[in-house]
Design a binder for this molecule. Structure first.
Ligand code: NDP
Length: 342
């Protein structure tokens, strides 16, 4: 049952992730519900609106979105658009006086992130980045284990987020279009590895070196890199190797190895079915996939709590900005072939 003070969300962009993953999960949230939808497609507005019981007056097009300002059913706007549109739509939502939950990556540049944070402050509204791993049981357990030095002193982090994208081109698929996706698989998928490296290392890197690759003559990679590989050095002496690709068989793996043990997450950050093993000496602890799917509803309730009770947001705009700054450093190193000192 929903709480009486459940937060009404307007979903902006009725694409794959919104329709197949997030919207069905609102039913499991205690304090969040779908109150409005925003889409460029009138058929979707009708069908999805009917399926979710959204009244016709709370179904918006991109053109008439500004009217949402006077829609009292809507407290927060959830931006699930291609990444290159996140900054503009976050600003529009704040201009309409709503709180904003924005999908990852927060935007495509640190300058855009700064604009988004400033717009939220001006509007006196809250901004959260939808980094769902912070609400996924294995990843939460991993953060706790690392805080307790469960693998001793951390030495090596390795992350891999890859899949092979089918034939496509920048005009057909926003994920390979530079203006909408950024420089490569790093913003969309590799960002999970970057995030994990940071929340497992529990410190910020002091230097980054990176390399990228783009095969010639492949329309998928006319505008973006196919692989991005980077190495982060941390003040403690730990190093992280991050690889991400849109052109290799799939993997979603995070490994943390320390002086006394290893934490292996495989798959690390999926929608469901995540697995994790902690190995220390002769001990082996397995963490099952049973509850991975609670991450979606927990994320929604976390933002609702921040809006209603003023509790602190675990994944605020400042975290998205931090990550975009690191992504910029990775691309700067890949372009120049030089190590970037942070
Ligand atoms: P899709 O391509 O499936 O959907 C994007 C939707 O955005 C479209 O269906 C369309 O909705 C709308 N849109 C508006 N303008 C454009 C445009 N110029 N080009 C394409 N679409 C446009 O993408 P996803 O749902 O996979 O991704 C959306 C966002 O969610 C991205 O930021 C992505 O990084 C993030 N994401 C997060 C995941 C997670 O696990 N947290 C997983 C997958 C994605 P309409 O037809 O209603 O107008």
């Amino acid at each position: 049952p929903k709480r009486a003070d459940s937060v009404g969300f307007a979903i902006v962009g009725l694409g794959g992730y919104a329709l197949n993953q997030m919207m069905p999960r609102f039913s499991q949230a205690a304090r969040a519900h779908v109150a409005a939808i925003v889409s460029g497609n009138p058929d979707k507005l009708r069908q999805v609106g009917d399926a979710y019981g959204v009244p016709p007056e709370s179904r918006y097009s991109y053109e008439n979105f500004a009217k949402i300002a006077s829609d009292r059913r809507v407290d927060a706007v959830y931006i699930v658009l291609p990444s290159g549109l996140h900054a503009d739509w976050t600003e529009r939502a704040f201009a309409a006086g709503k709180h904003v939950l924005c999908e990852k990556p927060m935007a495509l540049s640190s300058a855009e992130c700064e604009r988004m944070i400033a717009a939220g402050r001006r509007a006196n509204r809250k901004l959260m980045i939808a980094y769902r791993s912070h609400f996924e049981p294995n990843n939460m357990q991993a953060m706790e284990l690392m805080a307790q030095n469960a693998v001793g002193q951390l030495r090596l982090l390795r992350t891999e987020q890859s899949y092979r994208m089918g034939p496509t081109s920048p005009s057909e698929n926003w994920r390979v279009n530079r203006a909408l996706a950024g420089g490569g698989p790093l913003e969309d998928y590799g960002i999970y590895g970057l995030q994990a490296a940071l929340y497992l290392a529990r410190e910020m890197p002091e230097s980054i070196s990176a390399t990228g690759f783009r095969p010639a003559g492949d329309p998928r990679f006319a505008e973006i890199l196919a692989h991005v590989s980077s190495q982060l050095r941390f003040p403690s002496g730990a190093v992280a190797q991050l690889v991400t690709s849109y052109d290799s068989a799939g993997g979603n793996i995070v490994q943390a190895r320390g002086t006394t043990g290893s934490l292996i997450m495989d798959p690390a950050t999926g929608y469901s079915g995540n697995r994790m093993v902690l190995e220390t000496g002769r001990d082996r602890r397995e963490f099952g996939p049973a509850e991975s799917t609670v991450q979606f509803a927990r994320q929604l309730d976390h933002f609702a709590d921040a809006i209603r009770d003023g509790t602190q947001i675990k994944t605020p705009g400042e975290m998205g900005l931090r990550d975009l700054r690191l992504i910029e450093a990775i691309y700067a190193s890949a372009e120049t072939g030089r190590t970037v000192m942070l």
